[in-house]
Design a binder for this molecule. Structure first.
Ligand SMILES: O=c1[nH]c(=O)c2nc[nH]c2[nH]1
Length: 453
């Protein structure tokens, strides 16, 4: 059911802040004809009954069936679109070997536009079906394939931010998969920005271009400087990897004499619209810089388990007030589901807190202090946190926000959620959804109030 210019009567959940879940019981959500939320009324609010009656009498009322729960659509802050054919494979080697052995050869295939079209279509369909309404994508170095990804997101209705990947450093990128030159990388970046902004089907800016230095190792200083200038000039988002693993963190220290964060800042790549994937080795100073610049971290707990050599101190970052959201990091993370990544984020934080070496006494084993997060924080990260990170009005049910949402059918016969009327109420239900939902439970997906799955 399309919900533009309608009022939805639904029960559900959203998380306005980390750790804070609001239960919306029989909420009336009025949506305009462009898919923007106009008002959200809770039962008992002044004017609720009149609003209900008005929507009903004008035949503009839609009702979510009982057993279905409304959640904000999920915001995935870190996806390598071309790596989808590798999902679930190639998790056996460190990052630098993984890139050379598996990932660069796969990404190089996107020279072939037909292959790109096939892979990107499957990916976007699968992400939408998994409840991902906003996606921040790395594409590849290729013009045509990157434009195709934008076309496909526009056609399928997904909110997407997409970057042509820049990798021009001959020391770190193979001959067969490298930008032809620094100038070519920069001019292609500008051309892609122009393509997306002028796209005839993108009048409302649902798809946005992103300045995308893959990471410092893959870029020359000239490219980083040029991309910083482009970001300033065009006001685009910026995405890159930051202090991901021992090797990557060490490489940047050796090449630039400072951490990734400090280096990105010098090149003008750290601002309100920058998203730093991983950021596992941020120092205290780095965290301060990220906070001052109002940049964001894309926390990728599944991928970190395979490639990071460390656990991101998520609780500390949240307590410091950093903008943080969640990323699947397809295919470093072997799941296209942000629900899975919510679970992984909670688990990683618990292991960070308790520690992992049973040979050590309990008091010496963990990181010390309170490092854990819970399902409420994870839900925030996957929804409103992602919206804040991207500086976009998504992830919450509030006036002025886009109506990007999913309906979770807890009665779906093929689903994996089992509720017990005698036991489950309030945010217990959300906890079960976060911990046990699967694709079969995602009954509806809306972006800008239009049904997309
Ligand atoms: O998880 C990751 N995936 C990648 O594709 C990548 N490239 C640089 N660093 C990376 N990390």
């Amino acid at each position: 059911m399309n919900l533009q210019d309608r009022t939805l009567l639904a029960s559900g959940f959203h998380a306005p802040e980390p750790g804070v879940v609001e239960v919306l019981e029989d909420a009336l959500i009025a949506i305009d004809d462009a898919g923007t939320i106009v008002s959200v009324m809770k039962k008992g609010d002044v004017g609720y009954d009149a609003a209900y009656e008005k929507a009903r009498s004008k035949q503009r009322l839609s009702t979510l069936p009982s057993g279905s729960w409304l959640l904000p659509g999920m915001v995935d802050l870190h996806i390598h679109a071309p790596q989808y054919p590798q999902l679930g494979n190639a998790l056996d080697v460190p990052l630098e070997v993984w890139l050379e052995r598996y990932t660069f050869p796969l990404e190089a295939r996107y020279q072939d536009a037909a292959f790109a079209k096939r892979a990107y279509s499957v990916l976007v369909d699968d992400l939408i079906a998994n409840g991902t309404t906003t996606a921040l994508y790395f594409a590849t170095i290729h013009d045509e394939a990157t434009r195709l990804l934008a076309d496909i997101c526009l056609e399928k209705g997904q909110r997407a931010l997409i970057g042509k990947v820049v990798m021009d450093n001959p020391d770190q990128c193979p001959d067969y998969y490298r930008d032809a030159s620094t100038d070519a990388a920069l001019s292609q970046t500008r051309a892609f920005i122009d393509y997306v902004r002028a796209h005839p089907d993108n009048g409302d800016g649902r798809v946005q271009p992103v300045v995308t230095p893959r990471f410092i190792p893959s870029c020359t200083d000239e490219a980083l400087e040029g991309l910083g200038a482009i970001a300033k000039d065009c006001g685009c988002h910026v995405q890159t990897h930051c202090s991901e693993s021992d090797w990557e963190h060490g490489y940047v220290l050796a090449r630039h004499g400072v951490t990734d964060t400090a280096s990105l800042d010098r090149f003008g790549l750290l601002g309100r619209r920058s998203v730093l994937a991983h950021s596992n080795f941020l120092t205290r100073e780095d965290m301060e810089t990220v906070k001052v610049r109002q940049a964001a971290v894309a926390h990728c707990p599944l991928s970190n388990a395979y490639f990071a050599n460390a656990v991101f101190p998520l609780r500390a970052a949240l307590e410091k007030g950093l903008h943080v959201g969640l990323g699947t990091d397809i295919s470093g993370g072997p799941s296209a589901s942000l629900f899975e990544n919510c679970r992984a984020a909670v688990m990683a934080s618990r292991m960070l807190e308790s520690g992992v070496d049973p040979a050590l006494p309990a008091e010496q084993r963990g990181a010390g202090g309170n490092a854990r997060i819970d399902f409420r924080d994870a839900f925030y990260l996957a929804t409103a946190g992602g919206g804040v990170a991207l500086d976009l009005p998504v992830g919450l049910f509030a006036p002025g926000y886009r109506f990007d949402a999913i309906a979770i059918d807890t009665n779906a016969a093929d689903g994996t959620i089992r509720l017990w009327d005698e036991l489950d109420s309030g945010d217990h239900i959300l906890q079960k959804i976060i911990n046990t939902a699967s694709r079969a439970n995602i009954a509806d997906v809306w972006i800008d109030a239009k049904t997309v799955a």
